[in-house]
Design a protein around this ligand. Sequence first.
Ligand code: CP
Length: 312
Amino acid sequence: MTLQTDADGRLVHLLTLEGLPRPVLLALLDRAQAFADGADARGALAGTAVCTLFFEPSTRTRLSFQRASQRLGADVLGFDAATSSTTKGETATDTLRNIEAMGVRGFVVRHPGDRAVAELAAAAAPGTVLVNAGDGRHAHPTQGLLDMLTLRQAFGGDFGGRSFLIVGDLLHSRVARSDLHALRTLGAGRIRVCGPRQLLPGEDVLAGCEVFHDFDAALEGVDAVMMLRLQRERMEEGLVGSLEDYHRDYGLTAARLRRAARGAVVLHPGPMNRGVEITDEVADGPQSLVLRQVANGVAVRMAVLETLLARR
Ligand code: CP
């Protein structure tokens, strides 16, 4: 039993992919694939209220959770931190408890603090369900799931015979952490990571990965290239030089992509810095699965919300 599973191993919250049992992960992906194929569950969450409680900006995650909730028949409440009473000093926990008191059972939470969503889950009333929509640099589990669904569609589930490369600022990336947990659980054959030394985390995060600082070498023969957003605020911290230098060393161009395996696929969680970590010709090219990821995000979030909320 953990904070996100009950004594029978069933999910009660989704906080992280770390330690999520393979059968649970596969069941979520299978259900998401059914939704991607058009399965209808319009009444599954009828009468259930879901609040998107975002303390950080978002386009894809917030709207796809709202879309997923609508497709399951839930009532959706949006929360805008900038116009909320958190600006008057109300805590996130008090905010959650007040919205719970309105009869809301499902909370999709994005927060800048590492493990902040787990802390809210620990403070929530019995029966309340929390889904982590990204907390600090810790976890972004539904992004990890939608990335795995996208890769599974591309490779037919054969992760053992494939090589995966994650590129960029892994140090600050919750997406990279969730992808790494999921790739290991799904038995990825080879996992490579690549980035400037100062933007790569330690062995605790990168255990079992092949580490590269030379992007051209890292690309050789890989089946999937998973680009990360350069978080521009890192430039202000002095962790990277100019955008031009970063693009020269770690920008994915069509010429560079030819080093990967024939038919290699390209993923990016968005938002993209076009011309920095990825060029237009790659982002919009035939090997890009970027918009497939976004479409899969709705299906994955439907699967997560149905799994957590429909059976109760
Ligand atoms: N991938 C992702 O989390 O995008 P948003 O920040 O727009 O939700």
